[in-house]
Write a protein that binds this ligand. Structure first.
Ligand SMILES: [Zn+2]
Ligand SMILES: [Zn+2]
Length: 201
């Protein structure tokens, strides 16, 4: 599959994304690193979010870090119902797709248009290799929670907790990094099964 990803029809909104050095479109939620970025976590504070992780990255500038999400864009896409691949808003009437582990109760990756999910499942080497260990959950709507950093353990690992959206306690105690999306009454399909129905060869 990795040799044939160029043959998969690319949605117009995905074709506009910046590419990596191999020419592959980089999903909009992926973090980019510039050479002067030392990798430290930047924490900001404002009246709306309380403490939160900031990120200065710009898509197309520097090097994409696949597997690492930009916390700023992740939060924007989750809140605004924007597609994590192509950035476009997902219509309120549309069934959207979350891609993740089997029976996942929540998702850390933003929702996708179904056409974008089908494209990602065909061209992303990680998703493709996962086969039927990956599931597509279709839903009209989802509920958000907050994934916040509550402290740092002695070994440097971050301690995290999940809080309800807008929790006043979380606002004062912990640093918001990501939103978690809990799908409302999802319809779940093994990824290859769904793909065969949605985008038959
Ligand atoms: Zn960023
Ligand atoms: Zn999309």
């Amino acid at each position: 599959m990795s040799s044939s990803w160029r043959n998969v029809p690319i949605p117009a909104s995905v074709a506009r994304l910046p590419r990596n050095s191999a020419g592959r479109p980089v999903p909009a939620n992926v973090a980019w690193h510039e050479p002067d970025d030392d990798g430290s976590i930047l924490v900001d504070r404002d009246p709306e979010l309380g403490g939160h992780v900031a990120c200065p990255c710009t898509p197309g500038r520097g090097t994409p870090r696949f597997g690492e999400q930009c916390p700023v864009r992740q939060r924007q896409f989750m809140l605004q119902r924007q597609c994590g691949l192509c950035t476009e808003t997902i219509a309120p009437s549309a069934q959207l797709a979350f891609v993740g582990e089997i029976n996942a109760q929540y998702y850390l990756e933003p929702p996708l248009h179904q056409v974008c999910a089908a494209y990602a499942l065909q061209v992303c080497p990680v998703l493709h290799a996962a086969g039927d260990h990956i599931e597509v959950a279709l839903t009209a709507s989802y509920t958000l929670a907050e994934d916040r950093i509550t402290g740092v353990a002695a070994d440097g690992a971050l301690r995290r907790s999940v809080f309800p959206l807008g929790s006043p306690a979380a606002y004062h105690l912990a640093v918001l990094e990501f939103y978690l999306a809990f799908p409302d009454t999802p319809e779940r399909h093994a990824a290859p099964t769904w793909l065969a129905l949605y985008a038959p060869k």
